[in-house]
Design a protein around this ligand. Structure first.
Ligand SMILES: [Zn+2]
Length: 439
């Protein structure tokens, strides 16, 4: 009897301890599924509206240099963000940059993490591009900027609207920065990216809504450095090339350098080097800003000048330093009668992968699994180009990249969006933001 009593008391104790545990886990699972359902219902009802807004945004040309167009895209969005409970303002860039500036939408609070959401208003398609209109064909739609990045913007907007509809934005601290010159930054970038960087410094987490690549997301991006190699040699008649008098000529010197670069660098993981343009002749010049080269030469003359221009992309500052050391050595070797000048300019720092970013990615993937979309694949940094996220990466420990609309063909007249992805990515973004900003 005594022992029975003991067991009974123990059982009661277990039940008393376990009940609140059971009910709290039940409740949180239940509140997850309730929130999931409410967000999904809201977004489902707004599918038509979301696509219509995307269409309107795409049909306004906003090539980076079409300042009025970029501003008009922003103007269409301002009341939308205001209706979702955000205050909006423009951050202008100095007039000499000839860029539209940046649209900021924000709300202040103290619940959970401070978030910075990044997108851009401009596209690579200028005002006179033949590719101007949104065209829907079944499950897809084509149009300039339809995923890069107007699809991403409507994903941000509707994720926030969905959260507002369930009163989940209360006391959150969220800033949305939509730059007007992502595709062709105002120079110098130390000034055109200054505001973005200062906002990133005060954020805990950055979410970047550039296009989703094949259902994946990433937590790193490669850095980019532009280079220009100019080889000079002696002018002379072709018949005396390789003589002590004139040497090898500038073209052979440049060819040697490019080939050595290819052979020494093509097997390093995460690293690419691409000579995009070459001009060589008795007279040769190249304008870095316009990309236009001028050249004069004859079959019987040795080239005096040979210029190559291109970029290198790398996953870390360490890799960049290693590469630059190699490039410097290779260019300094010089064939007889030639000398070479190497110019380097880092245009984008690399975004290193951190453990905090990997954890954030994991949370995103868990939400996707919970909603029945399966695990999200982690896209290696080398499969993504640079972007605005890269400028802020050195100041942020936690970031998730490429969670905007899905599709393909960005930067080409084949750019298209998978319409369903607007709904899915908005759902995922809303629930991730909810989790991050929760008390
Ligand atoms: Zn983009």
């Amino acid at each position: 009897m005594k022992s029975y009593n003991k067991i009974t008391r123990l059982l009661i104790a277990i039940v008393v301890i376990a009940l609140p545990l059971l009910s709290s886990s039940y409740l949180s699972a239940n509140s997850n599924s309730l929130m999931d359902q409410q967000v999904s219902e809201y977004l489902s009802k707004k599918k038509g509206e979301q696509v219509l807004l995307l269409k309107q945004l795409v049909n306004i040309n906003s090539g980076t240099l079409n300042i009025d167009g970029v501003i008009n895209v922003g103007k269409l969005l301002e009341p939308e963000f205001q209706a979702a409970g955000f205050s909006t303002h423009w951050v202008d860039l100095p007039a000499y940059m000839q860029r539209a500036g940046t649209l900021v939408a924000e709300r202040k609070g103290s619940s959970g993490k401070k978030l910075l959401l990044i997108g851009h208003l401009d596209t690579v398609f200028p005002k006179d591009s033949p590719f101007q209109k949104f065209t829907r064909t079944g499950k897809f739609a084509t149009g300039p900027g339809v995923i890069d990045n107007k699809g991403g913007i409507v994903v941000i907007l509707y994720a926030l609207k969905a959260l507002q509809s369930i009163n989940a934005l209360k006391n959150t601290d969220i800033t949305i920065v939509l730059t007007g010159d992502e595709e062709n930054n105002g120079k110098p970038v130390t000034i055109s990216r200054q505001h973005l960087i200062s906002m990133a410094k005060s954020a805990d987490i950055v979410l970047d809504f550039e296009p989703t690549v094949s259902g994946s997301a990433s937590v790193g991006r490669r850095g980019t450095t532009h280079w220009l190699i100019e080889a000079s040699g002696h002018e002379g008649h072709s018949s005396i090339i390789f003589s002590d008098q004139v040497g090898a000529g500038a073209t052979f010197e440049l060819a040697r350098i490019l080939d050595e670069l290819r052979r020494t660098m093509n097997d390093e993981q995460g690293l690419t080097i691409n000579p995009s343009t070459v001009v060589a002749g008795v007279k040769a010049s190249y304008d870095k800003d316009t990309g236009i080269g001028n050249v004069f030469g004859r079959t019987n003359l040795i080239a005096k000048t040979a210029i190559a221009r291109g970029d290198i992309r790398y996953i870390s500052e360490k890799q960049r330093h290693r590469l630059i050391t190699k490039m410097t050595k290779i260019t300094q070797k010089s064939l007889p009668g030639t000398k070479t000048n190497l110019q380097l300019e880092q245009v984008l720092p690399p975004m290193p992968t951190t453990q905090d970013s990997l954890n954030l990615f994991e949370s995103y993937s868990i939400i996707s699994k919970r909603l029945g979309y399966g695990e999200i694949a982690l896209l290696p940094a080398e499969l993504r180009g640079g972007g605005d996220i890269s400028y802020v990466a050195p100041y942020v420990s936690t970031a998730l990249v490429g969670i905007g609309a899905s599709g393909e063909g960005e930067h080409s007249p084949l750019e298209k969006v998978d319409i369903d992805s607007l709904f899915i990515r908005s759902q995922l973004a809303a629930l991730l933001i909810l989790e991050l900003t929760g008390p």
